[in-house]
Design a protein around this ligand. Structure first.
Ligand code: NAP
Length: 364
């Protein structure tokens, strides 16, 4: 079943890979995706940018396998506009938020039907009903960044409601870090995070119990953590920055409890910086993950986390409840008009955004 659709749609389209300003064009008559099999057609109201969005079509080796022409981006909030709804529990016009998957047979990399358009398609396993008391902008801000934080802390880190864990978030002002601080606080954890002086008040507003100015810490963050937290160690170290993993992990016995975990979501992001970076990143990850302590390995668990969002409905539903209850709130850096999406990419690529960058597609 499909509502009466226009003949074509407005969409940001790349017809070759490269940097956003070089390859993205706003097209006025792009085809509307036809949902296949279990896919559902979504009329998009708001989209969030993520670092993985532009990297997927700009930076080799990912960009070598990116399909073109393609509509980029993954995070959306919108309403159901078509597809086979029987047995899904959804109805036409229902408000939903989630992810147009990155990989897999219907993933954006493979079929090119991303979220930065008036219409997108997604599998029911990657979206959930939007709580009526949050806006499309707030809902779109959550999926990839919020789920990465949620899955890392709860599924991998074992965070449980009220267990009073002590958590360090490296990079509390970023898209992922700002959700991580809030999710950890909503679960009753004690949270310390790094941020710059410019991000201090923003991070305080998220509920962080302590902050460290990463720009002025001497002689290094790892040395500072080792001396400042040797008698009050953390249960989890959640690294969303990834630029100094080797030193931070090597020092982790000084600031992480014996059963503490170093959760790394950003180390692999630097694989694409250069060939040297790729080699050192891969070798470093293998070393940290596999080297036993009797051969000189660091006696703390190291978990590199890759988030693919193929089926995350339980985690999304639980997060939707946290959003609906107001225990976590969308941290919005800026909302851009659809026509101004390239400005959003400039800000995303600067690495200075505080919270999430949203593109308004057609807000009701
Ligand atoms: N593993 C996975 O599955 C997965 C999933 C999604 C994303 N990622 C990766 O995770 C990383 C973080 O993503 P994101 O969306 O949070 O990025 P983001 O929003 O672009 O992060 C920007 C923020 O980082 C802060 N920052 C920069 N350098 C810092 C430092 N040395 N210490 C502390 N904070 C610093 C900046 O604050 P100031 O401007 O105030 O310095 C800014 O607020 C990216 O590399 C991304 O590719 C991984």
């Amino acid at each position: 079943m499909t509502e009466t659709l226009p003949k074509a749609q407005r969409a940001w389209v790349l017809r070759r890979t490269g940097k956003p300003r070089d390859v993205l064009q706003l097209e006025e008559d792009y085809q509307i995706p036809v949902p296949k099999n279990s896919q559902i057609l979504i009329k998009v109201h708001a989209v969030a940018l993520n670092p993985g969005g532009w990297k997927a079509f700009s930076v080799p080796p990912l960009s070598f396998v990116h399909k073109t022409p393609a509509v980029p981006e993954f995070d959306f909030s919108g309403v159901i506009a078509g597809g086979t709804l029987d047995g899904t529990g959804y109805v036409m016009g229902q408000e939903v938020f989630g992810i147009s998957p990155f990989e897999g047979p219907n993933g954006v990399m493979k079929v090119g039907q991303g979220a930065l358009a008036q219409y997108t398609v997604a599998e029911p396993a990657t979206f959930v009903a939007k709580p009526s008391n949050i806006t499309h902008v707030e809902a779109a801000a959550f999926p990839i960044a919020g789920l990465t934080a949620f899955v890392s802390l709860v599924n991998h880190g074992g965070l449980k409601l009220g267990d009073g864990k002590r958590i360090f978030v490296n990079g509390g002002s970023g898209g992922i870090g700002s959700w991580a601080v809030q999710i950890a606080k909503a679960y009753g954890a004690y949270v310390v995070t790094t941020c710059s002086p410019e991000s201090q008040s923003f991070v305080n507003s998220l509920g962080a119990d302590g902050t460290i100015d990463y720009r002025s810490v001497q002689p290094s963050l790892s040395a500072h953590l080792a001396s400042a937290y040797s008698t009050s160690k953390f249960d989890l170290f959640f690294d969303t920055v990834g630029t100094d993993v080797s030193a931070l992990y090597a020092a982790s016995p000084s600031y992480l409890k014996p059963d503490g975990i170093y959760l790394d979501i950003a180390g692999a992001a630097h694989i694409m910086d250069s060939v040297y970076s790729a080699l050192t990143t891969i070798l470093g990850m293998i070393n940290r993950t596999l080297r036993p302590t009797f051969l000189g390995g660091t006696p703390r668990k190291y978990l590199p986390i890759t988030f693919w969002a193929t089926s995350m409905t339980n985690e999304l539903k639980e997060s939707a409840e946290l959003l609906a209850s107001g225990k976590i709130k969308a941290p919005i850096d800026h909302i851009y008009a659809f026509e101004d999406a390239l400005q959003g990419y400039d800000r995303q690529m600067s690495g200075r955004s505080k919270g999430k960058l949203i593109i308004s597609v057609s807000l009701p």
